[in-house]
Design a protein around this ligand. Structure first.
Ligand code: B12
Ligand code: SF4
Ligand code: SF4
Length: 283
């Protein structure tokens, strides 16, 4: 009989391959995918890491059970839930383009960020439906209306669901000096999370520390992301979120490619996610 983890991986792969919005052609560009096939990891619904996040990020950060309760009245024991972390790598073409930029993101980066919510809506709806068809209840975080920006007392800008921390819990990698999440497919990725009621095997993360995959934290070398940031928002001490956000919302926003109608788009930057040793692989 097919193992449930393999079945789920195949379902996610099918949903991904069937996406209509994963294509730059929609925006008058060549017929190329916006993101590569995702990789996935699984965390336990009762992982004590989520209790840690209540203290570390803030009491507002949801546990898997609290997220499940946003959609269903009848919530099972936390031990019956799993958090699936789904990581979508940027394509080679986008990375090559972004590597050449020094001050503002390349066109593909602007578009793949701008179209993310549309893409996640299609992905999440189709995945929830396929799971429902085989009797699995699920909550795609990106479909929940009350996932919102928050202010953490200790960590500043945050959200009531952090996809990167969910990825850490699901054994997908660690954070880096720039704050970015380093996965097996590197840091030039985007992430989502889906809570399911299913008896999936958990992806082991062992006793991995939060920054173990970053060369700077591991051995004091690298710091390539420091040099990549045009406004020095990254230093040996870490990432200045306010400086980063200000740059993104001012300079990057002024440099939107003219041919793109972007009234509903979020503005990116992401220079620090490419041309670095951890861009496309675990360094
Ligand atoms: C708010 C936000 C921002 C803010 C703040 C970023 C931040 N560091 O939190 C701003 C506007 C600056 C921003 C910028 C960008 N963002 Co943003 N952002 C978010 C958002 C909405 C929430 C993030 C959040 O909750 N942070 C919570 C706090 C707690 O995170 P933190 O302070 O970084 O956490 C640190 C500590 O927890 C510490 N830590 C972890 N464990 C432990 C344990 C101990 C004991 C200790 C002491 C510390 C420690 O390590 C972490 C990293 O340093 C998420 C979407 C989502 N809902 O998840 C996207 C998200 C994080 N952003 C993303 C991206 C791509 C970007 C940009 C590249 C913009 C772009 N698209 O071009 C830049 C990159 C900036 C950078 N250098 O990382 C991706 C992440 C990609 C990746 N590989 O990491 C996300 C997940 C969006 C997505 N759906 O893919 N973003
Ligand atoms: S570029 Fe180097 S220092 Fe920066 S996050 Fe990656 S490995 Fe760490
Ligand atoms: S995303 Fe932020 S930290 Fe990264 S290069 Fe741009 S301004 Fe600097």
């Amino acid at each position: 009989m097919e193992n449930l983890n393999n079945k789920l991986t195949n379902i996610i792969e099918d949903v991904f391959n069937d996406l209509e919005t994963n294509n730059f052609a929609l925006l008058g560009k060549p017929d190329e995918p916006m993101f590569e096939s995702p990789i996935i990891g699984v965390a336990a619904g009762d992982d004590t890491y989520y209790d840690f996040l209540k203290e570390h990020i803030g009491a507002f950060h949801l546990t898997p059970s609290e997220a499940f309760e946003k959609k269903y009245d009848d919530v099972p024991e936390a031990s019956q839930l799993r958090v699936i972390s789904v990581i979508f790598p940027q394509t080679e073409a986008t990375i090559e383009m972004q590597n050449k930029e020094r001050f503002f993101p390349c066109d593909n980066w602007y578009i793949s960020r701008g179209e993310w919510e549309v893409l996640m809506k299609e992905f999440s709806l189709k995945l929830e439906k396929k799971l429902e068809d085989i009797g699995i209840r699920s909550v795609a975080i990106d479909l929940l209306e009350d996932i919102a920006p928050m202010e953490s007392d200790d960590l500043g800008m945050a959200s009531n669901w952090s996809h990167r921390h969910a990825a850490f819990s699901a054994g997908m990698g660690t954070f880096g000096l720039s704050d970015g999440f380093i996965s097996e497919k590197g840091m030039a990725v985007r992430l989502t999370s889906v809570i399911v009621e299913a008896d999936l095997d958990i992806t082991p993360r062992g006793d991995r520390g939060p920054y173990d995959w970053c060369l700077y934290y591991r051995s004091g070398i690298c710091g390539a992301c420091i040099r990549r940031c045009p406004v020095r928002a990254i230093t040996e001490k870490g990432h200045d979120k306010i400086a980063c956000n200000n740059y993104k919302e001012s300079k990057c926003a002024e440099n939107w490619p003219e041919y793109i109608d972007h009234s509903n788009y979020s503005t990116p930057c992401g220079l620090c996610q490419t041309k670095i040793p951890c861009a496309v692989k675990r360094p």
